[in-house]
Write a protein that binds this ligand. Sequence first.
Ligand code: FES
Ligand code: FES
Length: 156
Amino acid sequence: MKITIRVNGKPRGFDVEPNTLLLNLVRDGMLLTGAKYGCGVGECGACTVLLDGESVLACMVLAFDADGRNVETIEGLGEYDSLHPIQEAYLEEGAVQCGFCTPGFVMSTKALLSEKSQPTETEIREYLKGNMCRCTGYVNIVRAVQSAAAKMKGPG
Ligand code: FES
Ligand code: FES
């Protein structure tokens, strides 16, 4: 099946099987390996990307369902020397340890802050409950989201 997806702002064409998963297309077809293959069954959030701005589990979405739509991955956020405020906040707050879960958390955070610019701690924990982290204990991740919200709000 021929599909066209706008990937991190650029239109790209792909030839996929009807059962190709968006996660496999992102990682193997686009060579964007930030989204991780964790559980493969929709339970860990490591594969989170944005589809038309909403966070989705790429291991649970068929590639052809993304036809004609916008897919945003962690690679579309910041550059090495000009990080996105969410990426900066995760680093500054020590919210990254092994990093396996981090791209998924960052993309979920982006979706959250686009829906609600100043979420409460309860709202942050609720929104991110589909993202699992084996390392950090979540406290620093919550702080990072709060810090990112402050950075993106700007002074005043
Ligand atoms: S790999 Fe998709 S939710 Fe775990
Ligand atoms: S930083 Fe290791 S799983 Fe989250």
